[in-house]
Design a protein around this ligand. Structure first.
Ligand code: APR
Ligand code: PHB
Length: 384
């Protein structure tokens, strides 16, 4: 079997790349180890930057996103007994974010690929990468797929990054001493916008998926299991961390999804080796506080699709050679923003009163200074 681009992983990165290549007349095969049902149900984050929405809409996969996605023009920062709105619409006129679950993006992309006759192989076993320097090919479940190029879109725990010979990649990493417990609940959101709350009990986030479904996160110890968190304990802790301002009451309801996400920052440099190009979580991870993970994956494959287009159209590898360099600036900006938001809003075991005062002082500054608020808004909404 032969294709132009062998893609490992049917997450947002792999699926969108396959679709963008199809629009440019370039063939690809996507190899995914999980089932279609599994990838469509996997609950992840749900904030799409302005540019991410534009990319999906321009690629023709934005119809449901435009219909069902929730446009947001600001977020709330809550700390002490105060709550302040960061008004994207005033600070950055015309720029907004859209709340739309990542698994909905995945469903839309799979539907578009299959409708166009796209080749996605689910539940493949033993994917392995070979001859990356020259004439790359993939093997899986007893089959062989020859490719001009391989795209490693198989997430943080995939096989692509480890297939690069030792000593080629440099990795940069920061583990955080806490995790997020995330839930979905059948209850209307208790506020119209996202609320990022810093409290001495830890961080909490109020988000949503639809007018009927709320999404919440709690900062929890890193070794926590979701089983340690019966529903009553979750609601009590969310109330303690979010009902901190007069007049705000948290509505509760049936919790139908619960999961724990570790928090880490991670970057590999470069994001390529020979004819292998890494994209999305395979190349970098951010803590979810800045809501950048999915947006970075989309930005990577936008660059990669353009570089592959030039490569197949003209034979020139110039853009492909510069792929990593073109992506890493944005990647590091997102790393910094995510680290900054995380540090600003979470409690650390090592915190002393001095550290807590610094956090509050910085929050005061963001809410008092238009320049500081604009910096937050610009990064949150996403740089062009
Ligand atoms: N063989 C085939 N497929 C694999 C393998 C393998 N050995 N290992 C992993 N995969 C698949 C996973 O099952 C998953 O479906 O690769 C896919 C990777 O998808 P994601 O983890 O969603 O990564 P990505 O597409 O880069 O999207 C980034 O996902 O984790 C979030 O915060 C992150 O929102 C960001 C987004
Ligand atoms: C989400 O809705 O899942 C979400 C929102 C904002 C974040 C992270 C996750 O920073």
């Amino acid at each position: 079997m032969r294709t132009q681009v062998g893609i490992i992983g049917a997450g947002p990165a792999g699926l969108l790349l396959s679709h963008l290549l199809h629009l440019r007349g370039i063939s690809s095969v996507v190899l995914e180890k999980r089932s279609r049902d599994h990838v469509e149900r996997r609950v992840r984050a749900g904030v799409l930057e302005h540019g991410t929405v534009d990319t999906l809409v321009q690629a023709g996969v934005g119809a449901r996103l435009l219909r069902e996605g929730l446009p947001h023009h600001g977020i709330e920062l809550r700390y002490g007994a105060e709550s302040h709105r960061i008004a994207f619409d005033e600070l950055l006129p015309g720029r907004s974010i859209t709340v739309y679950g990542q698994q909905e993006v995945v469903k839309d992309l799979i539907a578009a690929r299959l409708a166009a006759g796209g080749d996605i192989r689910f539940e493949v076993t033993d994917v392995a990468l070979h001859a990356l320097e020259d004439r790359p090919y993939l093997t899986f479940g007893g089959e062989r797929l020859d490719c001009d190029v391989i795209a490693g879109c198989d997430g943080f725990h995939g096989v692509s990054r480890p297939a690069v010979p030792d000593g080629v990649l440099t990795t940069y990493e920061r583990a955080y001493p806490f995790a997020w417990l995330g839930i979905l609940a059948r209850v209307p959101p208790s506020a119209e916008e996202l609320i990022y709350a810093r409290t001495d009990r830890g961080f909490a986030l109020h988000s949503m998926r639809s007018p009927e479904v709320s999404r919440f996160y709690l900062q929890v110890p890193p070794d926590t299991s979701a089983d340690d968190w019966p529903d009553e304990r979750i609601w009590a802790e969310l109330k303690a961390r979010l009902e901190t301002v007069p007049g705000f009451t948290l509505a509760t309801g049936e919790i139908f999804d619960k999961g724990v996400t570790p928090m880490r920052g991670f970057v590999t440099e470069p994001m390529q080796y020979g004819r292998l190009y890494l994209a999305g979580d395979a190349a970098h991870i951010v803590p979810p506080t800045g809501a950048k993970g999915l947006n970075l994956a989309v930005a990577d494959v936008r660059v990669l699709a353009e570089a592959l287009d030039a490569f197949f159209a003209t034979g020139s590898a110039d853009l492909l050679d510069g792929y990593s360099r073109a992506c890493l600036k944005r990647v590091w900006r997102a790393q910094h923003f995510s680290w900054w938001m995380t540090t600003l809003l979470h409690t650390f075991d090592t915190d002393d009163d001095y550290g807590r005062r610094l956090q509050v002082s910085h929050l005061d500054y963001i809410t008092a200074s238009e320049a500081a608020a604009t910096t937050l808004a610009e990064n949150y909404v996403g740089l062009p």
